[in-house]
Design a protein around this ligand. Structure first.
Ligand SMILES: Nc1ncnc2c1ncn2[C@@H]1O[C@H](COP(=O)(O)OP(=O)(O)OP(=O)(O)O)[C@@H](O)[C@H]1O
Ligand SMILES: [Mg+2]
Length: 232
């Protein structure tokens, strides 16, 4: 599903502030795998996710997702790739506060070409999957943190992406809501989605459905643990 070969990312390239955020990254993720990306603040987790999401380009190296060469996609094609293949869940939910849950969740489908009946059907399905259907008419600004996160999940899933990328998804959630989030991820894993979660939340340690823990340090991948329960 994802093939990353010798990827470097240098911010402010060619200036005195040049900074290598990613160095010689190689990573292979199979379809249907769940991967936890760990590492301290500044190790390059968000940078790597943004490259896989097609939100930014590597300085060199190759990224292929679902047989598409993402590292070279022109911006227009990169947004089409995201609209088709990727769902992204951030720490800050990036929701439109004055709109309802349903309107937020539906937003990515506006230019999808689907008719309104289909859009409503996909929106309901996604809200149900993310356990937020009961709040569909509520304004986002009236939701709790956990509910906002579930609204963001529903929006990320509404176009039925194969690949789900999460960046510190539980950083603003209490334990109960974090566990609920993990339950939803588990269900998505069982549906065959490919999932990458960048996190330093200890709740993600030792989860039965996580296939790989990839540890990052200073822009490098320093180990690739296969399976769960293996010791450091
Ligand atoms: N746009 C940018 N311009 C310059 N440097 C950047 C930029 N974005 C990130 N960096 C630097 O690249 C490094 C990696 O950042 P990144 O956000 O990928 O880390 P992270 O592992 O996600 O950290 P955190 O756990 O704090 O989210 C950091 O040292 C950061 O300061
Ligand atoms: Mg980050």
């Amino acid at each position: 599903m994802i093939e990353i070969k010798d990827v470097y990312k240098t911010y402010n390239e060619g200036t005195p502030e040049a900074f290598d955020a990613l160095k010689a990254i190689d990573l292979h993720v199979n379809k249907g795998e769940s991967v936890v990306l760990s590492g301290v603040s500044g190790s390059g987790k968000s940078t790597l996710l943004s490259l896989i999401a097609g939100l930014d380009k590597p300085s060199s190296g190759k990224i292929t997702v679902d047989n598409e060469l993402i590292s070279k996609l022109p911006d227009m094609h990169a947004s089409a790739y995201r609209a088709k293949t990727v769902g992204v869940i951030f720490q800050h939910f990036n929701l439109l506060e004055a709109l309802s849950v349903e309107e937020n969740v539906m937003a990515p489908l506006i230019h999808s070409g689907y008719d309104l009946v289909k859009i409503r059907e996909m929106t309901e399905k996604s809200m149900s999957l993310a356990s937020i259907l009961h709040k569909k008419n509520a304004e986002v600004k009236a939701l709790s943190g956990g509910e906002k996160q579930r609204c963001a999940i529903a929006r990320a899933l509404v176009h039925e992406p194969k690949l789900i990328l999460c960046d510190e998804p539980t950083a603003n959630l209490d334990r109960a809501n974090s566990l609920k989030f993990i339950e939803i991820l588990h269900a998505l894993h069982d549906m065959g989605k490919t999932i990458i979660v960048a996190t330093h939340d200890p709740l993600f340690e030792g989860l039965s459905f996580v296939n790989k823990v990839v540890h990052m340090e200073d822009g490098n991948i320093v180990n690739k643990e296969q399976g769960v329960g293996s010791s450091e």
